[in-house]
Design a protein around this ligand. Structure first.
Ligand code: HEM
Length: 433
């Protein structure tokens, strides 16, 4: 549609006027020039049900509460130093995933459950201190996270919010939230009651409990806020990271030239060691370019999270009324042929010569958004992705089933807030040495 109607479209999604911006110029006006006016999120009964009245970061309306909470997240929970301190967890869980690949002994396996489990275990250990092995949390999370993708009549026809009650959608959302809430209550109680030594390292619940007691912040919050932040980390961290891993690996399999270049770079840096560590990643410029190129073609959240305009404003010369919902189409921007040479080609080399970084300053490439509402988990997820991919392609040669040629790998997408592969990525992994 953006091809046909241009970089700014007005759609009426039910009763909700929605502007879709699909060019870097439009994105820059939204997330830089007028960032403050576009810094809020739309609200709905279902989101309020799932997130304690939107007490989280991602869906909280713009205002003092959100500002204070986001500042805690970026300065205390996901700062550079804090992300570094989670290194052991990432390396241990990556080794565990590698073990599962080894145990497949070259038979065909679906890699998605491996990536889901890797991301889930890392997020759990970082956020709540343990991986909680076993199916209970996994099934609670599955039930809870799918609620964000269910169609809600009330979101698009606010007067008809009761339809979601009659259809049972709100009941299911309440049930899923209650189950996760009960689980998190137990985990928080464990944290409050146990006496942890300083040397045990702090998980996110510890940090939030300490912040709650810290009067110098001038910000008071209740336990619901702690639970809502943990829900954001599960919601924002697990699915997006796992999906990105699927797409990077798919593109590498489809592009043997790129795979060979990457294996060569990794082998030179690894010097025959048995695995890749996080220290090695800093030297792997081609790997970094591969991940960025994958995020260009397959941004896991292709329309970012919706924003809402809080004042009448002019956007690219058009009048946009206060209350309009705004989606930024980063999928289209990543494939814009006026910006990218041969945009349908997977060519990581373009990121070796441009200066695009993860700071959200290059408006033609925004897989994590930009401005006030940008993703605070960028550094954390990128290092998980780089470490997993580096280890997999260093240790294994991958092949598709039934002699499928690499160029025939189906790259269809499945519709959702997060865009997954439509078909599972099934490969055989043969040890390279
Ligand atoms: C590949 C992985 C990830 C991708 C592609 C991704 C993408 C995004 C995007 C597109 C947004 C919306 C930005 C905007 O509206 O401008 C966002 C917001 C957010 N993300 Fe991520 N994310 C990822 C990983 C994570 C991780 C690991 C965490 C937490 C540990 C996280 C937590 C959040 C939160 C809390 C927000 C809301 C920020 C706000 O509204 O102020 N994300 N993310």
């Amino acid at each position: 549609m953006s091809q046909e109607h241009g970089p700014l479209m007005l759609l009426h999604l039910g009763q909700v006027p929605t502007v879709v911006a699909s060019s870097s110029e439009a994105a820059q006006e939204i997330m830089k020039t007028h960032d403050l006016l576009f810094a809020s999120r739309p609200n709905s009964t279902i989101l309020n049900t799932l997130l304690y009245g939107c007490k989280d970061i991602a869906f909280s309306p713009y205002g003092e509460y959100w500002r204070q909470l986001k500042s805690i997240v970026t300065s205390r929970l996901l700062s550079n130093a804090q992300v570094k301190s989670y290194q052991n967890i990432r390396e241990e869980e990556t080794s565990r995933m590698m073990g599962a690949l080894e145990e497949s002994h070259g038979s065909y396996i679906d890699v998605t459950p491996l990536f889901d489990s890797l991301a889930e275990k890392i997020m759990c250990r970082v956020a709540i201190g343990r991986a909680y092995d076993g199916a209970r949390l996994t099934s609670i999370l599955k039930m809870y996270l799918t609620m964000f993708t269910r169609f809600s009549v009330g979101t698009y026809f606010p007067w008809f919010w009761w339809v979601d009650r009659v259809s049972g959608l709100l009941g299911k959302a309440e049930e899923a939230t209650k189950k996760l809430d009960e689980f998190l209550e137990d985990v928080i109680e464990e944290h409050v009651n146990k006496k942890r030594g300083d040397d045990e390292g702090q998980d996110i619940i510890d940090i939030l409990l300490n912040t709650q007691k810290d009067k110098t912040t001038g910000f008071t919050f209740e336990r619901d806020t702690i639970k809502a932040v943990i829900m954001d980390i599960f919601g924002g961290g697990i699915d997006n990271t796992s999906t990105n891993l699927e797409w990077v690996l798919s593109e590498l399999i489809r592009n043997p030239r790129v795979m060979q270049n990457l294996q060569k770079e990794i082998a030179e840096i690894a010097q025959g060691r048995s695995k890749i560590t996080e220290q090695d990643l800093e030297k792997m410029q081609y790997l970094k370019a591969v991940v960025k190129e994958s995020l260009r073609m397959h941004p896991p959240v292709p329309l970012l999270l919706p924003r809402i305009v809080t004042q009448d404003v002019k956007l690219m010369g058009y009048d946009i009324s206060s209350g309009t919902q705004v989606l930024v189409n980063v999928w289209k921007m990543g494939r814009d042929s006026t910006v990218w040479e041969e945009p349908e080609e997977f060519r990581p080399e373009r990121f070796l010569t441009n200066s695009i970084n993860y700071k959200g300053q290059h408006f033609e490439w925004l897989p994590f958004g930009a401005g006030r509402r940008t993703c605070p988990g960028v550094l954390f997820s990128v290092v998980i992705i780089e470490l997993a991919i580096a280890n997999i392609v260093y240790k294994f040669d991958l092949a598709l089933p039934n002699g499928t040629k690499h160029e025939d790998l189906d790259m269809s997408e499945k519709y959702g807030i997060t865009v997954h592969r439509k078909f599972p990525l099934v490969v055989s992994a043969s040890p390279r040495f």
